[in-house]
Design a protein around this ligand. Structure first.
Ligand SMILES: Nc1ncnc2c1ncn2[C@@H]1O[C@H](COP(=O)(O)OP(=O)(O)OP(=O)(O)O)[C@@H](O)[C@H]1O
Ligand SMILES: [Mg+2]
Length: 192
């Protein structure tokens, strides 16, 4: 079964869209990065205490978590016949650690042990709107400043154009965004 990554800046609505997808598409298995495994938990615990101050360390940790997550969770669920939808994957590392100054070729290299998803969908929203959503949700973290998110968004959009990833306008109501994402998944992957 296909493997789909939902990408976009913090507050773009990834979790919200993925929660709707399970009601629209058959046999969805939703997962996310950082994962629930040992390296993912380390990343989350460290982030709560301020995290690393070196984006290369972040890039390496995220890549290690991704390899572990893919082997432990994503691949087995694909083999069981699920449509696996992950919130964040390689494009998050390229956009975030790229925006923080890590060379993109280095990020690609350390992520070359995991397969590409069958489809990557980018949820696109103005960082100002995203930051307002996050502050309503409660709490802002290291990666969530609007100026930084503008750089992250630029890289997402540049990569989408280069790689042919569909970009969805995520400033609309959640149901409309989720419907469009579901249609893109169905059409591109010939599901349902
Ligand atoms: N289309 C939308 N319109 C308005 N508000 C939205 C929309 N989508 C999500 N929200 C709200 O914005 C907040 C952030 O949404 P969500 O948690 O889904 O974003 P996210 O992309 O998963 O963020 P993160 O990167 O932090 O995981 C939530 O409070 C959510 O209810
Ligand atoms: Mg989320």
């Amino acid at each position: 079964m296909p493997f789909v990554a939902i990408e976009g800046i913090d507050g773009s609505g990834k979790s919200t869209v993925i929660s709707h997808l399970a009601g629209i598409l058959p046999r969805v298995y939703a997962t996310r990065e950082p994962s629930g495994g040992p390296i993912g938990r380390l990343i989350k615990e460290w982030a709560l205490r301020g995290g690393s101050s070196d984006p290369h360390v972040d890039a390496l940790l995220f890549a290690a978590d991704r390899i572990e997550h893919y082997r432990r969770e994503v691949k087995p669920k694909l083999m069981e016949g699920f449509l696996v939808v992950t919130e964040r994957y390689v494009e998050s590392s390229i956009a975030y650690q790229g925006a923080a100054g890590v060379p993109i070729d280095f990020i690609k290299y350390i992520n070359s042990l995991v397969p590409k998803p069958d489809l990557t969908v980018i949820l696109d929203v103005d960082p100002q709107i995203a930051v307002e959503r996050i502050s309503r949700r409660g709490g802002a973290e290291k990666f969530e400043h609007a100026a930084f998110l503008r750089r992250v968004r630029e890289i997402y959009l540049r990569r989408a154009a280069e790689e042919g990833h569909p970009v969805v306008d995520a400033s609309r109501p959640p149901e409309a965004v989720a419907r469009e994402v579901a249609e893109i998944i169905k059409t591109r992957l010939q599901i349902g």
